[in-house]
Design a protein around this ligand. Structure first.
Ligand SMILES: Cc1cc2nc3c(=O)[nH]c(=O)nc-3n(C[C@H](O)[C@H](O)[C@H](O)COP(=O)(O)OP(=O)(O)OC[C@H]3O[C@@H](n4cnc5c(N)ncnc54)[C@H](O)[C@@H]3O)c2cc1C
Length: 392
């Protein structure tokens, strides 16, 4: 007899969403995590992820006032390289969508997800999961408070340094980029018209994403030394730098929000599920913040895990592990490769890579059907959606 059907380790957005989904489907669920840390990031969530929030009955709700819709996405070649690409604009109306998605501050999303998970009956345990051992039809999870709980399946949502992944004996391939990403937000005197702009610069993308009224969030990828210098600036100095990088397109920059720098890494777990442990979110895959893929993929992990667990008599069976592994690797690995290539083409400044980037962006610019294909698969992937992400 196990204590819970599912134990989720980690209360980041992936773990909270997974726990709430399981509980909504009647799966007895516990979530083990330390108290949350402050996070100034916002996340651009595309339609399938928004549908998941709707399915959990938290969208739009209280999030409505703190988010802004994303109607257009622009990519601008700002490298000054020998071979530059034409600027590319994706319009949600080309896919007959009113919007691609919404930009949500994490410090607003996390409490809403947590509250909903609690309402749905998730048992929260404030501790870290330190070890796990699969035995017969159960997995036994050791906690930092010296207790142990058992479950049919453990969902490892404990981030890039996942202890549950290590406990399951899953190796990783990881690498680092000579970059850090600064996340912050700012006000501007001119409107953003619900357009997110990714300026491709030689140290990486500089991306503005709309927030309500005349405010945007920023993900600024830079070389580590320059990122450290930017983080150390006072608000006035940093606002002036942002002004320069946006070429004045948003008018005067002011009123900066909290900021944090994230070292840029990539990671892929060699298996996404093994011995009653299912990896979701950054425990399975870490990508640089290009094209808003990270959490969108993570929520899809959570929704597929819910589908498979519900369809199986034994939530942690070998069949569940195999199906999850196959389905998620097929989607995640090509996306990771593409993001990596896009990032390296900017960073390395190698002519063949720059040429390939310029050529592929030009092709997208000029070939309508290809552009729509990329939008459907990259920005609004609607194929083979798990149940909670299908439009009602
Ligand atoms: C600058 C930046 C901007 C981004 N913007 C976007 C975007 O616009 N759109 C998008 O889709 N994605 C975006 N991402 C990616 C997205 O933020 C991540 O994919 C997402 O936050 C990962 O969530 P997670 O729940 O997997 O991991 P985390 O948020 O890292 O959560 C892991 C949790 O596990 C807990 N934990 C750790 N160890 C243990 C343990 N042993 N036991 C229990 N709990 C543990 C931690 O305390 C933490 O709360 C961005 C990333 C960056 C860096």
């Amino acid at each position: 007899m196990v204590d819970f059907t599912a134990v989720v380790a980690g209360a980041g957005p992936a773990g909270l969403a997974a726990a709430a989904l399981f509980a909504k489907e009647g799966v007895t669920t516990s979530l083990v995590a330390p108290a949350p840390a402050e996070d100034p990031r916002t996340v651009a969530l595309m339609q399938p992820s928004i549908q998941l929030l709707r399915y959990l009955d938290i969208w739009p709700g209280s999030l409505e006032g703190v988010t802004a819709p994303l109607r257009k996405l622009r990519m601008i070649d700002d490298t000054g390289a020998l071979l530059t690409a034409p600027s590319l604009e994706f319009d949600s109306q080309e896919l007959n969508l009113e919007v691609f998605g919404w930009n949500i501050p994490l410090d607003q999303l996390l409490p809403v997800l947590r509250k909903r998970a609690e309402e749905l009956g998730v048992i929260f345990i404030e501790a870290t999961a330190t070890n796990a051992k699969s035995e017969g039809d159960a997995i036994h999870i050791s906690l930092s408070n010296a207790s142990e709980i058992s479950a049919s399946v453990c969902i490892a949502a404990d981030g890039a340094n996942s202890a549950m992944r290590t406990a399951a004996g899953i190796a990783t391939d990881s690498w680092s980029y000579d970059q850090a990403a600064i996340a912050t937000s700012f006000s501007h005197s001119m409107g953003h018209h619900n357009v997110s702009t990714e300026y491709h610069k030689s140290a990486g993308p500089f991306t503005t994403v709309p927030l309500p009224e005349n405010r945007s969030s920023l993900v600024w990828m830079e070389r580590p030394a320059r990122a450290a210098a930017l983080i150390a600036m006072n608000d006035k100095e940093l606002a002036a730098e942002i002004q320069i990088e946006t070429h004045g397109e948003l008018g005067l920059i002011s009123n900066l929000g909290p900021r944090k720098s994230f070292p840029m890494k990539g990671l892929t777990a060699r298996q996404f599920a093994k011995e009653r442990v299912i990896l979701i979110g950054e425990a399975a895959h870490v990508v640089p913040p290009i094209g808003a893929q990270g959490l969108n993929m993570s929520l899809r992990d959570a929704a597929l895990a819910a589908d498979l667990i519900l369809a199986s008599k034994d939530a942690g069976s070998g069949g569940v592990m195999a199906d999850y592994n196959a389905a998620r690797r097929a989607e995640v690995l090509p996306r990771q490769k593409l993001i990596d290539l896009m990032n390296k083409s900017l960073l390395l400044g190698l002519l063949p890579l720059e040429g390939a980037r310029a050529l592929s962006l030009s092709t997208l610019h000029y070939v309508g059907p290809l552009k729509r294909f990329v939008m459907q698969h990259g920005l609004s992937p609607m194929h083979n959606l798990p149940f909670a992400m299908r439009a009602s």
